[in-house]
Design a protein around this ligand. Structure first.
Ligand code: MV4
Length: 429
């Protein structure tokens, strides 16, 4: 787009590639996030001294922070993300669910809004039938969530979930849902413009997760039919247009074994796994985010996959030791390439991975004409990927791609609960 860029960085990231490749870079503080990447005044100051027109918040830190979005507005810096009102409305899960229900998006049967007492929860659970799940309205990522299998366990689950969500989020509000057994996590990418129009870019299957951390995502989902894609896409647009959603967002659905789909949450940011959608739709999501932020309208058509794509998250973690973080120096690096192979990364040979932040060091994104060819090409790329000096999730991905059930597309969010991680072998250096 020819847009000049300014990187912000903490001292822990002074040697990161984003700092080297941006047109300008501003150090905003020391390694602890609260002193740099979560420090709003310092980021605003960096934008002001460099005369920045807009801030792209990426997918972590302040990307879904209503206060930051509001302060950007106040300082006349365009926040390339959701408005503060939208972040608040979708950040409160019970409110988000009620909003989507009112828009006609299917939701999981359960409480209308928050539960007001344990007694109300018990009688509602009796009515809809066990198992049920209690969820923190301020939650996300599985925290403050309890599955209840029978009435005898309800009181303890209620107390524990309230305690946990109060401690984690300073908000103990809970809502209740029927527990969906062995679901798939399927999300729809949407983008809306300032006129209130939205379109969808089909789904991503994010069922391969460990402890609520996604490890592999793919599109199209091997479980989703053309008809279901159309229905889910239309539901996602209905939800987005009901709230006049502006910018890129994701509507997360749970899909049960009978292919019923239910709204779960909305993410008001670009997500880590967005590149697989870009590869199969030929739509540059970041470019379109910037255009929408600049007030341009979207085309209005929807985007369906023309290819198959998969992302393997390469983390500095040891998959044979409980995915323990493995920061340190990358002494040797070789990135695979060739047709249909994309790597998004900030690392290089000689780079020292700091212990302070998320352990994801690269995204390996592969696309091809069929799912089978994606798998073969991904295995080739993983085998050619050399990262010496640290442990990575590459051996896990190689084991997964050899699993007959995964290869057959037979997996739910419970898949990794029973996966044999002990057989994974790190390559000897
Ligand atoms: C559920 C569910 C089953 N039934 N809700 C997990 C995190 C949060 N976003 C919601 N989650 C779930 N909600 C009902 N009614 C199962 C999960 C769940 C899950 C969802 C998506 C991906 C991985 C998961 C792993 C465990 C549980």
């Amino acid at each position: 787009m020819g847009v000049k860029t300014v990187a912000v960085y903490s001292t822990a990231d002074k040697d990161s590639l984003h700092v080297r490749f941006a047109d300008e870079a501003v150090c905003i503080g020391s390694p602890p996030s609260k002193d740099s990447y979560l420090n709003i005044p310092r980021i605003i100051a960096a934008a002001e001294i460099t005369n920045a027109d807009a801030i792209h918040p990426g997918y972590g830190f302040l990307s879904e922070n209503a206060e930051f979005s509001r302060i950007c507005e106040e300082y006349n810096i365009k926040f390339i993300g959701a408005s503060p009102e939208m972040i608040n409305q979708m950040g409160d899960k019970a409110t988000a669910k009620a909003t989507m229900a009112a828009a006609g998006v299917p939701i999981i049967p359960g409480s209308e809004g928050l539960l007001t007492s344990v007694e109300e929860g018990l009688s509602l659970a009796e009515e809809i039938g066990y198992p049920v799940i209690l969820k923190a309205t301020a939650g996300g990522g599985g925290r403050g969530m309890r599955i209840v299998k029978e009435p005898a366990g309800f009181k303890k689950a209620w107390d524990d979930a309230r305690q946990e969500s109060s401690a984690a989020f300073g908000n103990s509000g809970l809502y209740l849902e029927k527990f969906v057994e062995e679901p798939r996590h399927i999300e729809i990418q949407i983008i809306g413009d300032s006129t209130g129009k939205a379109c969808h870019l089909s789904e991503r299957d994010c069922s391969i997760q460990r402890r609520h951390q996604k490890l592999v995502e793919e599109t199209p989902s091997p479980f989703i039919t053309d008809e279901l894609r159309d229905q889910m896409g239309k539901a996602a647009i209905k939800g987005a247009e009901a709230i006049s959603y502006e910018g890129a967002g994701t509507i997360e659905f749970l899909v049960d074994k009978n292919r019923n789909f239910y709204f779960m949450e909305m993410n008001t940011r670009i997500q880590v796994e967005h590149p697989i959608t870009e590869e199969v739709t030929d739509f540059d999501l970041i470019k379109e985010q910037i255009k929408v932020a600049a007030g341009e309208p979207i085309s209005g058509k929807n985007y369906f996959p023309k290819l198959y794509a998969m992302e393997c998250r390469i983390n500095a973690e040891d998959p044979s030791n409980g995915f323990r973080p493995s920061p340190g120096k990358i002494v040797n690096l070789h990135l695979p390439g060739g047709k249909g192979v994309r790597i998004d990364s900030h690392v290089y040979a000689g780079y020292v991975i700091p212990p302070n932040y998320d352990s994801m060091i690269a995204k390996l994104i592969v696309s091809a004409q069929s799912r089978q060819e994606v798998i073969v090409r991904m295995k080739r790329a993983l085998a050619e990927f050399v990262i010496d000096g640290i442990k990575t999730t590459i051996p896990f991905h190689l084991a997964l791609l050899d699993d007959p059930q995964f290869v057959a597309g037979n997996f739910t969010t419970k898949f990794l609960d029973t996966f044999d991680f002990s057989s994974i072998q790190q390559e000897k250096n």
